[in-house]
Design a protein around this ligand. Structure first.
Ligand code: HEM
Length: 507
């Protein structure tokens, strides 16, 4: 072969290789949705629809897409294929009927150094998730909540005494801060067995780290290293770069702090005499828990318990705090609902002067209706997701492995098909009679199926005890600084964008 032909062959080969590379990265990944027949906005080669989602914000983007394409649409975040489903039967198919095909959450960058710790329940995968879930579920049973209720109530009483300092004055209270501190103090006491007086201003590195992680989560819209990591994580082939970036991010450092401090606490608790009898917190329940499955009848290791402690802070702190802030706001804006609730709490406490904290929390039906309606109008988690681990069909669509399914909780909770006047706060939507008129899945603030929120009972218990403790003495009223409408940030969780100020008055 003459040199000219060799050159031509090499150049042709290079062009073919380049075109193949171009096709496999820029075109092929973006044909999945049209191939399976799911409609959605046209993707940009290489990039997908990321720009549109970032520009609009996830909530507005979803609203526009539902208006254009109906209850199911698809889009691409980088190369990640996403299908958003607002149809109740399809949601049931994904979260319940085919939960084995959709058992995981989408892979995330690992924030702890590789190999330094096992996964927490939120992001654990496959058989390991199942084993963890079986092991941890008894720690959140009704009987365990009954046992923990007095501990939770103690922290609510501290909150009440803090609120009393501004009560009946012309000082407004930043309730986001007050409920955030209550939630963090309670979760740290329960998950780490550590009593820090966060509500009274005591602080240590555990608090700084927990607050740091949540601040980063809230900062979702800013171009921080975390933001870059989140964007890049939509390109699966970036995995090793991501791990490197993640270990250097501020969140990475905060996670490392939580890991170090919690491991020391766990080891100290293991050595404490009579720990099983002396401690009634989540940490002790986890240390005592054994895996029920046949696979292994062994206790969780220190590292596994540590990963769960961190997960409970991340999953439970801001969510519970937002639930309480939103409820206080809605009560202040709807005085007739607040008056009725105060009346029902007073009547219960008069009729049952010796009730236990757990009995109180469960004994006032209207309190439950108010909390459920608050989470309907303003769900603390605006969407959840599942990862397709094994190709299957959902409705008429063939969903390939690797697809992410998003369940848009916020939009489901505002669908006029199930909720007439969806923006109206009306707890009477949750009478037994009204509940029977609509599908149960129209309301899913804690998700659905075997991978729903494990902390649901804990969160509801804390929120209800906090509301009883406050409302048996005080009411919330709007302050001059109160926003109307309340501005929100929708990241992983939904929370007030600015400090939420209310006035606290005696009744
Ligand atoms: C009002 C408060 C809370 C809300 C609205 C909430 C909501 C949610 C939602 C929507 C999910 C996803 C469920 C799904 O995909 O089906 C979830 C998962 C989870 N939540 Fe919560 N949550 C709250 C409080 C808590 C608390 C206090 C804890 C821990 C003590 C907690 C721990 C978890 C964990 C570990 C998961 C992952 C479960 C798994 O993947 O198996 N949450 N939560």
């Amino acid at each position: 072969m003459d040199p000219g032909s060799v050159l031509l062959t090499v150049v042709t080969g290079a062009i073919v290789a380049f075109l193949y590379w171009l096709y496999s990265f820029a075109v092929a990944p973006f044909r999945v949705l049209s191939r399976i027949g799911v409609r959605g906005p046209p993707p940009i080669p290489f990039y997908g629809n990321q720009k549109m989602v970032v520009k609009e914000g996830k909530l507005n983007f979803f609203t526009k897409m539902f208006e254009t394409y109906g209850n199911v649409f698809g889009y691409y975040l980088g190369q990640r294929v996403i299908i958003v489903i607002k149809d109740i039967e399809l949601i049931k198919e994904v979260t319940v009927k085919k939960c084995n095909n959709f058992s995981d959450r989408p892979p995330q960058p690992v924030l702890l150094k590789r190999g330094s710790a096992p996964r927490g329940l939120l992001n654990a995968e496959g058989a390991y998730w199942k084993k963890l879930r079986v092991t941890l579920s008894p720690s959140f049973s009704a009987s365990k909540m009954k046992m923990m209720a007095p501990l939770i109530e103690e922290h609510c009483q501290t909150l009440e005494s803090i609120l009393s300092e501004n009560a009946d004055t012309d000082k407004s209270t930043d309730v986001t801060l007050a409920f955030g501190n209550l939630s963090l103090e309670t979760i740290i006491a329960a998950a780490f067995g550590r009593s820090i007086d966060i509500q009274r201003g005591e602080s240590d590195e555990l608090l700084t780290a927990a607050e740091g992680i949540m601040a980063r989560v809230r900062e979702g819209a800013e171009l921080s290293l975390e933001r870059i990591i989140t964007l890049l994580s939509n390109f699966p082939w970036m995995a090793s770069v991501l791990r490197l970036l993640a270990s250097r991010s501020k969140s990475g450092a905060h996670y490392q702090t939580l890991a170090r401090v919690s491991l020391a606490l766990i080891r100290a608790r293991r050595q404490a005499p009579d720990a099983q009898q002396s401690y009634k917190d989540l940490l002790q329940l986890m240390l005592d828990a054994t895996a029920d499955g046949k696979e292994e009848h062994r206790k969780l290791t220190d590292e596994e318990v540590m990963a769960q402690c961190i997960t409970f802070i991340v999953a439970g702190y801001e969510t519970t705090s937002s639930l309480l802030s939103f409820t206080a706001y809605l009560l202040a804006k709807n005085p007739e609902v607040q008056d009725r609730l105060v009346g029902e709490i007073e009547a219960y406490l008069t009729e049952h002067p010796d009730s236990t904290p757990y009995e109180k929390a469960l004994g006032i039906p209207y309190l439950d209706m108010v909390v459920q309606e608050s989470m309907r109008v303003m769900p603390p988690v605006s969407s959840t997701n599942r990862y397709c681990v094994e190709s299957t069909t959902v409705g008429d669509w063939k969903v390939p492995a690797g697809t992410v399914i998003i369940i848009p909780i916020w939009h489901l909770h505002h669908d006029p098909q199930y909720w007439p006047q969806p923006h109206k706060f009306d707890p009477d939507r949750f009478t037994d009679e009204e509940k029977d008129k609509r599908p149960a899945l129209a309301h899913m603030p804690f998700g659905m199926g075997p991978r729903n929120c494990i902390g649901m009972r804990f969160a509801l218990l804390e929120a209800k005890l906090a509301l009883i403790t406050i409302l048996c003495k005080y009411k919330f009223v709007p302050a001059p600084e109160t926003e109307d409408p309340l501005q929100l940030i929708h990241g992983v969780t939904s929370s007030p964008k600015n400090p939420l100020f209310l006035r606290v008055v005696s009744h």
